[in-house]
Design a binder for this molecule. Structure first.
Ligand SMILES: [Zn+2]
Length: 162
């Protein structure tokens, strides 16, 4: 499953499901309009109102050939993604659209603990490990094993004055 900033329209689906919070729904609106135009069946659930358990019941009751869109704040998106996977939605059957500030974990090369940073700064960021205070240069190397981006000791700001 891919994380997207903008939803992409997927063709030739029997039924579409749209879930989102207020902002998420705004992002989904162009896709919803397309679906309405094509006269395909769809359901919309506003996630501000529903508990996660309701959502999983609803997802489980969907038939094969259904495509799911979830547009949420990044901080909540991960939870809903897990629910969708548990309910049997595969990579080809769902799109997740995040908005707002996305916090990611950086894995410290020294103490092997995680520090949260704003992902907008990924790739060109220096941060300080919140555990051992080592200056870290954040790579764009994502480690699925650690569930975080790898932070390397920042050698450029050494104290030798060169
Ligand atoms: Zn550390």
């Amino acid at each position: 499953m891919k994380d997207e900033i903008k939803p992409l329209f997927v063709h030739s689906i029997r039924k579409y499901l749209f879930c989102g919070d207020q902002k998420g729904m705004e992002r989904l609106t162009p896709i919803i309009k397309k679906v309405m135009k094509e006269n395909v069946s769809f359901e919309v659930v506003f996630l501000g109102e529903k508990e996660e358990t309701d959502i999983s019941m609803w997802m489980r009751n969907q038939k094969m050939g259904t495509f799911l869109y979830i547009a949420m704040e990044w901080s909540k998106l991960e939870n809903f993604k897990n629910v969708a996977v548990e309910c049997g939605f595969s990579e080809e059957e769902a799109q997740f659209i995040g908005h707002g500030v996305r916090m990611i974990d950086v894995f410290c090369c020294k103490c092997h603990q995680k520090t949260k940073i704003d992902s907008g700064k990924l790739g060109n960021l220096l941060t300080t490990c919140s555990h051992c205070h080592l200056k870290l240069s954040v790579s764009d190397h994502y480690s699925p094993l650690q569930g975080s981006y790898l932070g390397y000791a920042n050698l450029e700001t050494g104290s030798d004055g060169r």
